[in-house]
Design a protein around this ligand. Structure first.
Ligand code: UDP
Length: 457
């Protein structure tokens, strides 16, 4: 027994500084806090300065420099430059923060870092602190990356592969970093680099839940001390054991919350198609036109998150749909509140893993429109493996045409396929709630981590 029994354990949590990575870390931090662990969230100066002032119970936040204090990731001239500088300046800055905390008498029992920030583990080890790598993507995605990294599978265009515990994966369903390593340069290196020092991590965490990826998780447990701790949604959507935990709490974008809720409240049950492609993707003009036409021609109610300012840029026919309140276009919304609203009939999603888990957890059937990164694999899971939606096919130029999108929306909103998807998603949603609730598989894994922290094992 090496630890201070009467003093709470203290964990630093360090997400990659983008919205989709910050959200699961915040929620993990809140869960740990609710179990008596002191937590400190670390983010970059620019991210901290960009967050909006309505944060609720996100706990203590400390900042470090990524070398781009004024503009963050988007101000770097390329990904390579950002990632290199982040490593160089970030390692030093993280080390300085640890020294500062220690000099103030604050003990640090572990650093849970984003699996993309492998250098955080090197810093932790330098200070004799245990590290835990947190995968914010699906276990099967990380399994594919691992198998490619280790040379255990070799993917060639047109050929299918398999990894333990998962059915055959077609080449076009694999993550884009696997399909085209070169095209993604520094990002590909970062994604495969996740495994470079992982064997030195004391823990590996993943934002999934046991029932959802059981067989893959069983395989992962043969190589790592895996804690499966998701889905990391605010407690209010699940067990309600965390008071006031209604919202992720650290948003980089300004939401049109009241406008969305008022508009949704006017709509009848399951009549709205919610369209959002997350925080990173910006569709080009050709793709925009296809989506616009599909939403118009489908004649459904639609709520569309379009992060670029669009006033004046939408075609007249869509502006008319908005004027007559059939449609609403916003720059950002509280996605969880939207998905949980009874008027939502279907989610047209890029299949980012948070959006994927949120749809599954909140029982919303999907139309998957994956574009890059892990999204094609998540779309496969949503469609083929979990049976909660359909995937829309892109043409040879990677553009999803209006006819295909309309037909997929129709399938979910009006046809038998939609009824089946809804039935399946309700089943998964119930299993997700059980996993997070007291004594559920994710709750137990978090408890185990808390125990190991406390007793230094
Ligand atoms: N999100 C949101 N409002 C929006 C769009 C997205 O709150 O209008 C949240 C969403 O709930 C999710 C995150 O942003 O938690 C996006 O993460 P995801 O992994 O789906 O996609 P990424 O942005 O990483 O591509």
């Amino acid at each position: 027994m090496t630890n201070h029994i009467n003093k709470p354990s203290h964990v630093l949590l360090f997400p990659f500084p983008t919205q989709g990575h910050i959200n699961p870390f915040i929620q993990f931090s809140k869960r740990l806090h609710s179990k008596g662990v002191k937590t400190t969230l670390i983010t970059t100066i620019h991210t901290f300065n960009s967050t909006l002032p309505h944060n609720n119970n996100t706990g203590i936040i400390q900042t470090i420099s990524d070398g781009f204090d004024a503009g963050g990731l988007t101000s770097a001239h390329c990904a390579e430059s950002y990632l290199e500088t982040f490593k160089k300046i970030g390692s030093k800055s993280l080390g300085d923060l640890i020294k500062k905390l220690q000099s103030e008498g604050t003990t640090i029992d572990a650093i849970v870092y984003d699996s993309l920030i492998t250098w955080a583990l090197d810093v932790a080890i330098e200070f004799g602190i245990k590290g835990g790598s947190f995968f914010t993507q699906a276990c099967v995605v990380n399994s594919v990356y691992y198998h490619v990294y280790k040379g255990l599978i070799c993917l060639k265009p047109g050929e299918a592969v398999s990894v333990p515990g998962f059915p055959t994966i077609e080449w076009c369903e694999t993550p884009s970093f696997v399909q085209n390593y070169e095209a993604h340069g520094a990002w590909s290196e970062t994604v495969f680099g996740q495994f470079g020092n992982i064997d030195q991590a004391r823990w590996v965490f993943t934002n999934s839940f046991y029932q959802l990826e059981k067989e893959v998780i069983e395989w992962m447990r043969t190589i790592w001390k895996l804690k499966v701790i998701g889905p990391t949604l605010p407690s209010m959507y699940f067990d309600k054991r965390l008071e006031d935990d209604t919202y992720y709490g650290l948003s980089l974008f300004k939401e049109n919350h009241t406008e969305c809720m008022n508009w949704l409240n006017e709509k009848s049950a399951k009549s709205v198609v919610y369209v959002s492609f997350g925080s990173m993707i910006k569709s080009g003009p050709e793709q925009m036109e296809e989506i616009t036409s599909a939403l118009h021609d489908s004649n459904v109610n639609f709520l569309w998150v379009l992060r670029a300012k669009v006033e004046g840029n939408l075609p007249n026919y869509l502006s008319y749909a908005i004027k007559t309140r059939r449609g609403l276009v916003v720059e950002w919304c509280r996605q969880l509140d939207v998905l949980a609203h009874e008027s939502i009939g279907c989610f047209v999603t890029h299949c980012g893993f948070n959006s994927t888990l949120e749809a599954v957890s909140l029982g919303v059937p999907v139309v998957g429109m994956p574009q890059i990164s892990d999204q094609p694999m998540n779309a496969k899971c949503l469609d083929d493996i979990w049976g909660v939606g359909v995937r829309v096919k892109a043409d040879e130029n990677g553009i999803v045409r209006r006819g295909n999108l309309m037909s997929c929306i129709k399938k979910i909103m009006e046809e038998e396929r939609g009824v089946i998807a809804r039935k399946n998603v309700v089943k998964w949603s119930n299993l997700a709630k059980l996993a997070v609730d007291k004594g559920g598989s994710s709750d137990k894994d978090i408890d185990e981590f808390v125990y190991e922290l406390r007793y230094g094992c």
